[in-house]
Write a protein that binds this ligand. Sequence first.
Ligand SMILES: [Zn+2]
Length: 197
Amino acid sequence: MNSFQEFDSSSNSDTKAINLSAGNTSNFTSPPPPSSSSSPPSSSPTTLSRYENQKRRDWNTFGQYLRNHRPPLSLSRCSGAHVLEFLRYLDEFGKTKVHTHLCPFFGHPNPPAPCPCPLRQAWGSLDALIGRLRAAFEENGGKPETNPFGARAVRLYLREVRDSQAKARGISYEKKKRKRPQHPPPLPPPNNAKIVI
Ligand SMILES: [Zn+2]
């Protein structure tokens, strides 16, 4: 317990603005800080990879979330349920339209008109975010057995989000997991329009 490294609250003076910036997944959108600095300078002194940078930002964001949490919540007491709470909070800043069952555009990848359905974080963004936070948790001294980002509830939630968004948006999230076909198709498609998130 003692070895567990809590967030360093001095590292970030701005406790209000949550700053998630988009990683390699398309539309993970930030809560709107009225900041002028859109993206971090690429000439950072350390030569961390984009993934590492993103992971560190996500980790700081989660730390801010915990610090602003009411009642106060420490990292060591954080559970999968708190992670779900965090993910739902992020939905407030989502930009991905997820149609409800009642919407005439339910299942339409490209609706022809606007509709009042809610905006959410896209599943692919959440999935990538959880992966980074899960790794960051253990890199910061957390034990794999107690990793809240690896909790069963979180996995189930992500799966549910994926399935419901796939249906609501008419989009398949199947990754290119398909084995190479035994016999190659006669002609490759002219352009690969499959959406891969
Ligand atoms: Zn709709």
